[in-house]
Design a protein around this ligand. Sequence first.
Ligand code: UDP
Length: 408
Amino acid sequence: MANNPMPTQRIAFISVHGCPLARPGSKDTGGMSVYVHQLAQTLGQLGFLVDIYTRVHDSHDPMLVNLDENVRVIHVRAGPVRAPKNDLFRYLPRFIAQVKAYQEKHHLRYALVHTHYWLSGWVGQALAGEWGVPHVTTFHTLAEVKARARAGEKESAARSASERQVAASADRIIVSTAHERGALQRLYDADEEKVRVVHPGVDLGLFKPGDQQAARVQLGLNGHHTLLYVGRLDPIKGLEVLLHTLASMDTPRAVQLLVAGGSKRDEEYRRLKGVARKLDVQCKVEFLGSLDHTLLPLYYQAADVCVVPSYYESFGLVALEAMACGTPVVASRVPGLEAIVGDNRSGYLVAWHCPDAFADRLEVLLANDALRASMGREAHAMAQDMSWDRAARAVAEVYAELGILALS
Ligand code: UDP
């Protein structure tokens, strides 16, 4: 690294499984890919140079993709392209070797490593040590919190141990909510001095209100009330509760549910379709598969209510996106969603994972056009404080604590 033409404000983002170019809503790709993409891009606008190292997730991926002037995605080969997330731990030494090979070949010098998710934290711990630079980590989800959120959640033994180790070794830990900070202290003995809370953001240029009728016409929707679910199809997301809710709802006007996320290839997709058939609500539910992120504003605008029935969310970008579009949200009362949804203001928080509790709140909202409109306005207003610019500036402050400043 003797001959280094690059400025030292270059940040290495490590996102082993969450490629910012992959389509969110599929099995192992969700909010973290959106987060990494948006945060890196906004840090780039603030004058940082960001290289995002991620695994090749498609054999056609070019090695290097410029996201914009200051931000690049570097695809690294480590393990089979289609390897599921749960198999990736064993390929991490290879991932580290590939990152180092690229960095050495191109004489790159990084000022800081910022990692996303525990697999990347494991990688970042090694790279930051090797390069002698600070390590900032964002776990996004924590095994010990997930395990307590829903019976039956299974995570590898390596995950908790690694999270504990990374929490101890990282210079700063960025969490999305105060609840996550508490969980890190309580369950991982993390030093509170180095934990910083930064709420993620929403792309306010993309997610904004629009004419509901026009959106419905564009999507070819009928006159039924429309509920919208957006997200990966994973049991922890609670879509099954929503299907039961639909079966138990009693409304004068017919109700339909649109489901954006998942793929016919996934077992969970087929299982949930089976549940809908069993409950005899298959005619009321449309499984759309995962949708391009840029198409989603139209769906949020067309919907009467966005429903987020998750058992666990470290944050819940979907609720925020819906709110930015002026759509009220009915969500489970779990910490990540409590940080976003204003109960009785921008929607409702439902305390029990029980279909009747969700049905009750949805019936109230669907029966009352004026209430939906006023909650929608409030939702939009609340989302305006949640831009990615604000989030990136808060992250930049964390970097500044470690002596790393943007170029401009
Ligand atoms: N998403 C998408 N297309 C889909 C389904 C989801 O673009 O078909 C995006 C959605 O807009 C959101 C992200 O995937 O930005 C899901 O993030 P969230 O934090 O709600 O859930 P996570 O995946 O992190 O559990």
